[in-house]
Design a binder for this molecule. Structure first.
Ligand code: FES
Ligand code: FES
Length: 489
């Protein structure tokens, strides 16, 4: 038996668990966000005996008799001041990091009522924010400290919505207080946990998938392969090239490819079951860059070839103007893949409602696209699928594709139970496409006064394994390649 105090209440657990899981899953204190689960991001910050600490790195066995405070446990004055200070400083965007920031702020202000900016920066040095940046958060914390010190009342803010009026975000208070609901915060009675077994190799022919042992594990409700899919085998926004599951006999395209879907009563059973699936691979050498995939005789990534799209944007005669320009600079630029690094890993919760409608609650970037692609993956008409956009903990373009939505929907449809399907941070990094890596040869010319006269860029963009939105991205790259400059032609 493990006993501790959480927000003033004595609580107990029969089993030793991670503090974050105990707080979120057992006590439903969902202000404690799980951004990484491994001590890197600070979204799970709680006060332990007054000190800010990450709930994902603590086990209940090490916390006997400790006093834990989460944002839900703030007093009523704090529940007014922190939302006001963060909202009026413009310190809340996606909000996923903010409850953790508030806890770090409280840890500081409780012991240092009049902090200087350096102390605020030090207090939040273990909290990552991907969208707001730290300056406004620092200002919010300094404002909160000032209001507590001076016992300053929270102003009664009323807004008319008039043009030019400075208004805080309407969702700021809910995000600060941890009551804005992100998909992973949803809990439905009887809910299963879903996950996918992913390939061990980026390029391999799947010879066979044996799910029998996983299916036999008590607590496992379903294990499904491509042969069980109710709808289309492939998905994709523009090009339908992305396998919902890689079928036996076919080849994987990247390390995020899913081979089987599982649903189980608990996280722990789910992870155990994944290890019981046996996959036989014929491992092949992967193509890791455009140079390899464009080489003579390169294996085909997809049946229709290795080029997703070509764009030509021509205005004037760049070569002729360059030839008579006073100065010419030619450079090669290599841009790496860029991870979007949103703080909220992908989650969708799906269930059956009204007898035969699949409801998907998802924190992605477009409900209509999710509806369309999930309908196809389920083999259902659009009126049998409903999608609700939950609060999004950052996306930046990295949540436009199907990652968890279709898998959650398929599991709910096949098991007839609600299913929460969340990616761990490691899976999230592995699964969603990155901002494109590019190789760019660029020549820029100017006259004797430095006025730009011509520019020519040859750009090879690395789409990775699947088309996703590569074609429109390439269009925009071409449009913006010359920058915001006035080129005299
Ligand atoms: S530090 Fe705990 S979830 Fe990231
Ligand atoms: S507001 Fe900080 S991560 Fe989005």
């Amino acid at each position: 038996m493990y006993a501790l105090t959480v927000n003033g209440q004595h609580v107990e657990s029969d089993e030793n668990r991670r503090l974050i899981d105990f707080l979120r899953d057992d006590l439903r204190l969902t202000s404690v966000k799980n951004g990484c689960g491994e001590g890197a991001c600070g979204t799970c910050m709680v006060l332990i005996d007054g000190r800010a600490s990450k709930a994902c790195v603590w086990q209940l066995k090490d916390l006997g008799g400790k006093n834990i405070i989460t944002v839900e446990g703030l007093n009523s004055r704090e529940k007014e001041v922190y939302p006001y200070a963060f909202a009026s400083a413009g310190a809340v965007q996606c909000g996923f990091c903010i409850p953790g920031m508030v806890i770090s702020a409280k840890g500081l202000i409780d012991s240092v009522p009049d902090p200087v900016p350096e102390q605020v920066r030090d207090a939040i040095k273990n909290n990552i924010c991907r969208c707001t940046g730290y300056k406004k958060i620092e200002e919010a914390i300094l404002l909160a400290a000032k209001m507590f010190r001076g016992n300053i009342p929270v102003p009664d803010c009323r807004f008319t919505g008039a043009l030019g009026e400075s208004m805080p975000r309407i969702d700021a208070a809910a995000k600060v207080l941890g009551i804005a609901e992100y998909a992973a915060d949803k809990h439905i009675e009887g809910m299963l946990y879903g996950s996918a077994l992913r390939t061990a190799y980026p390029r391999a022919v799947i010879k066979s998938i044996d799910t029998s042992e996983a299916k036999a594990l008590p607590g496992v409700v379903g294990v499904f392969t491509a042969a069980d899919l109710p709808g289309k085998q492939k998905t994709g926004h523009i090009v339908k090239d992305w396998d919902v599951l890689i079928p036996a006999g076919k080849c994987t395209h990247y390390i995020g490819d899913a081979l089987a879907l599982l649903a189980a009563e608990t996280h722990e059973i789910l992870e155990k079951a994944k290890k019981l699936i046996k996959v036989e691979y014929e491992v092949l050498k992967p193509l890791t860059c455009p140079a390899e995939s464009l080489a003579e005789g390169a294996p085909l990534v997809h049946a229709n070839g290795n080029i997703v799209s070509r764009e030509h944007l021509i205005r004037g005669d760049a070569e002729a103007v360059t030839a008579k320009s006073r100065h010419v600079v030619t450079n090669h630029y290599s841009l790496p893949f860029t991870e979007h690094a949103f703080l909220e890993p992908e989650t969708a919760v799906a269930l059956i409602e009204d007898g035969d409608v699949v409801r998907i609650n998802s924190g992605d970037q477009g409900v209509y696209q999710t509806l369309k692609e999930c309908s196809e993956a389920l083999g259902l008409p659009h009126n049998k699928v409903r999608v609700t956009a939950e609060t999004v903990g950052g996306g930046f373009g990295g949540k436009v594709d199907m990652s968890v939505q279709h898998h959650a929907a398929i599991l709910a449809y096949l098991t007839k139970r609600p299913v929460k399907f969340s990616l761990s941070r490691a899976e999230s990094l592995r699964v969603h496409p990155k901002r494109h890596a590019m190789e760019i040869d660029m020549t820029t010319a100017c006259d004797e006064n430095g006025n730009l006269t011509a520019m020519k860029a040859v750009i090879i963009s690395d789409a990775g394994a699947y088309a996703s939105v590569s074609a429109p991205v390439l269009q925009r790259v071409c449009i913006h390649a010359a920058g915001p400059y006035n080129i005299r032609i």
